[in-house]
Structure formats: C-alpha cells, structure tokens
Design a protein around this ligand. Structure first.
Ligand code: ARG
Length: 464
C-alpha cells in the first residue's frame, strides 16, 4: 500500500497519498531547512552515542557520520534536493542520507523521534542566536561608552514630559542607554541558561526502550544537562518565549533610542548629526536627510513584539506533550532573532559615530530655564523652606519668560527682588556647567561621575 503514498518515512499505516494541499499546508522545509547544521550535528552525536551503547555497528556509524558530512557540503553548495513532500528538514536529510548510504541511513532514527530532534535543533540554534545578539550588545555598549567619554562635559537639556527639566551631560544620557543594554544582556544570558538543556533522548514523549547514554550526547552537543522530564522537554517552548521577551525588551529600548535620534536630528532640535552613510535622501525634496535607519529600528520593533505575542498564544492551548502547533514556532523565532541582530548591528555601527552639535545642545539648555531647580536648591541652602523656594523661583521664571531672559542673565538686584536670601554667589549655581558639576554623586550627571562610570563600564567590558 505504501506505493501510492508520498512520504516514504511514515507511509506504512496509510492507504492513500496525502492530499496535495495538505502536503503543502503541513510542510515546513522551506523555512526549517535553516536548522540543517544543528540537525546534522545532533544526528551525528546521536549516531555516535548509539554506537557507543552497542545499538549501531561501527560500519553503520561511520557511514552515517560521513554521509551527514557530505550532506552538509551538498546543502552549502546549493545542490541539496529539498522536497516539500518530505515535510521538514529532518526527513529531507534522513531520506537523502538513506539515498546515499542505504540501510545504515534507516537505522539513524532508532531511539529518537522528530519531537526530541526538533526541540534539540531549536535549542542549539537559539543558543547561537543568543551568543550573536550578546556580542552585538557588547559592541554597542562599548561604542556608547566611548561616545559618553567624548561628550562627558557636553551640556544638554535633560527632559521630563519632553519639556526642558534640568541640564545634564550628553555623556550621562549615553550612559543611560548603556545601562539599558547591560540589563538586556543579562536577560539574554539568563535565558540562555534555561535554553541550554538537552531534550534528545526524550524520543516522542516518554523516553526510549534503548539504553541511551544521554550524558554522552549532552557533552558532545555542549548542553549543560539532559532534560529531566521527557514530556516537558518535547513540548514546552518557554525558552523561546523567554528569548522573545528579552528580544522584545531590547527592541523597546532600541525604539526609545530611535525616537530620540529622530527628534535630535530634526532641524527643530538640531542636537546631532547622523553619519550620511546611515541616512537617505528624499526623491522629491532635495534638502532632506532622513534618519531612516533609526525609523526602521523603531518600526521593526513591532515585528518582535508580535513574535512574542505569537509564541505566547501558540503555547497557551497545548496539552502535553508534543503537538504540531509547535511547528509554528520557527518563523516568528527566526524573524525576531534576525531583526534583533540586524537592529543591534545598525545601532552599534551608527550611534557611536554621531556628531553632537555642542553649541546647540548648550543653547537649548540655556533657553529652557534648566537651572531653576539649582536656584531653588540655593535658596534652601540659605534657609528658605523648599516649597517657598519653589514658589520664589517660579515667579522669577515667569518674569524671565515675559522678558525673554534666562535666570543667569538677570542682574543681582532683579533676582534679589524675588528673595533677599539671594547673594552675589548665586551666579555660580545658575551657570549650566555649575549645575551639572554640582550633581556629583553616584548616578549623578556631573562630568566627573560620567568619567567614573565610563571607567567602570570599560572594566566590566574587559572582564567579559
Ligand atoms: N516539523 C516539526 C516541528 O517543527 C517537527 C516535529 C514533527 N513531529 C511530528 N510528530 N509530526 O515541530
């Protein structure tokens, strides 16, 4: 009966061929072929282990390992005959192996199921994706630290509600981004630990009757430990959810940075210049230099947030153990990983090369009464209760707004009109440089603190 069915790997119990539409509907080889390296690595480890425990002969094992190596080359030369009727990457490779080496190929799937195979492949693949993302995160962090050092003294307005709040240093702002990325790295490293557990040996769901040596495959594949429960190992994709959650957070951070880069490079702010090689022009407006890379990172954030939602929803209705639903995990996972890696790369290259228009950032802070809090703090030091000081400075600001003058531009007599507690030393605290330098404690914006944090960050990045 197997003659009229299309899939030689499981056609035994069927009496008619798979419907052509169903074949196309269930196939995944067009995207899961991306796992060929992990799949073959896992198969080689499995074959060697079966040989070690006496299930596979030396000759068969050698044929399998050599056949799989040849298949890697065939795939990489673009000559592998991928076939959707063989469903997925696993059966495509296994069928080809049997085509090449005969019966030994048919013995490879002993003590294994595609269920533990795919769970192993995805974990191996994700481990590499995490390592790549972490390397890029660290490159971006190092670039931000260099930029922070370069701009440790550069004054800019700090914002709350996007209104000028207090003067800060540009370096301090870059180190805020750096801190976000440090936590992002921690989340990925944490997720990698739980992802690095080996499902192989769980077989379809209950384990296998063969005397498998899971510690052996585990060591060969670089996993930290074999999974402790076969049902859990073949079915849960929470490690992918964790990766997507960490990725969604990374993209949220990058998107916030993108938003600031877009604002700052707009002529309305005019705080920075992005390198020309990361911008594009307009086909109609000759004057335009658009921050497309930043906008696309902000836009691509949506894909990664969507992938997280997809994976959560994919899992929520699944009874134990494996269900075919899980085949739907790969496209969002691949897409999200590609997006995070590309976005990190774009920012790691672009952001450290931006130019700060120091005159403009300083002028924006000066115009915005950014040192009003410094005046209030000054009054408090001279005995005025903070709430009264707040009120006094508020009146001085209103006076300045009406006359178009900043606090530092007023005469001492004018200022004393608002409070007799103001003396001629007030101008020290009203300058922008005085204001930022005064916030000189751990976490503060003072140039000295920025330099201290830069040194600490470099130390951390060196340690690895
Ligand atoms: N392509 C499947 C997946 O991605 C592999 C496992 C299929 N297992 C099965 N029993 N149909 O999940």
């Amino acid at each position: 009966m197997t003659d009229d069915t299309s899939n030689p790997l499981w056609s035994g119990r069927f009496t008619e061929a798979t419907d052509a539409f169903v074949e196309a509907f269930t196939a995944s080889e067009h995207y899961d072929r991306r796992l060929y390296r992990q799949d073959i690595r896992g198969s080689k480890a499995h074959a060697r282990m079966l040989n070690h425990v006496g299930v596979l002969s030396d000759a068969d094992t050698r044929a399998i390992v050599e056949g799989l190596d040849a298949i890697v080359e065939e795939i990489e030369r673009g000559e592998f005959p991928w076939s959707p009727s063989l469903e997925d990457v696993h059966m495509n490779i296994e069928a080809r192996l049997t085509e090449r080496i005969g019966d030994a190929g048919k013995r490879l799937h002993t003590a294994r199921s595609r269920n533990d195979q795919i769970a192993t492949d995805v974990r191996l693949w994700l481990r590499e994706a995490i390592d790549e993302a972490i390397a890029l995160l660290r490159r971006f962090q190092a670039g931000l630290v260099d930029l922070a050092e370069r701009e440790a003294e550069t004054v800019m307005p700090g914002f709350t509600h996007l209104q000028v709040a207090q003067p800060i240093t540009f370096g301090h702002h870059m180190l805020a981004w750096y801190e976000m990325l440090v936590r992002d790295e921690g989340r990925l490293a944490d997720c990698r630990e739980r992802a690095n557990v080996m499902p192989l040996g769980s077989a379809a769901l209950a384990g296998t009757t063969f005397p498998v040596d899971r510690d052996m495959t585990c060591a060969e594949l670089g996993f930290d430990a074999p999974s402790r429960n076969s049902l859990d190992a073949v079915s849960d994709r929470d490690f992918a959810i964790e990766f997507l959650s960490a990725s969604a957070t990374i993209m949220t951070h990058l998107s916030r940075m993108a938003e600031e880069l877009v604002l700052w490079s707009s002529p309305m702010f005019d705080f920075i210049d992005l390198p020309d090689r990361y911008c594009t022009g307009s086909s109609i407006m000759p004057q335009k230099k658009n921050p497309d890379v930043a906008e696309l990172v902000r836009g691509k954030t949506a894909r990664v947030h969507g992938a997280l939602q997809t994976m959560l929803t994919l899992m929520k209705g699944q009874p134990l153990a494996y269900n075919r639903d899980n085949q739907e995990d790969k496209e969002p996972l691949f897409d999200a990983a590609d997006t995070v890696v590309a976005s990190l790369r774009a920012f790691a290259d672009m952001v450290p090369n931006l130019t700060v228009k120091r005159e403009n950032t300083r002028e924006a802070a000066r115009r915005g009464f950014a040192t009003a809090t410094d005046l209030a703090d000054y009054l408090v030091r001279n005995g005025v209760p903070f709430r009264d000081a707040h009120e006094i400075v508020g009146r001085a600001v209103r006076y300045g707004v009406e006359r178009g003058r900043d606090l530092a531009e007023m005469e001492l007599d004018e200022l004393r009109h608002f409070s007799p507690a103001i003396g001629d030393d007030v101008f020290d605290v009203l300058t922008l440089e005085g204001s930022v330098a005064a916030r000189d404690h751990t976490g503060g914006t003072a140039p000295a603190q920025v330099r201290a944090q830069v040194a600490a960050a470099r130390e951390r990045l060196r340690e690895g």
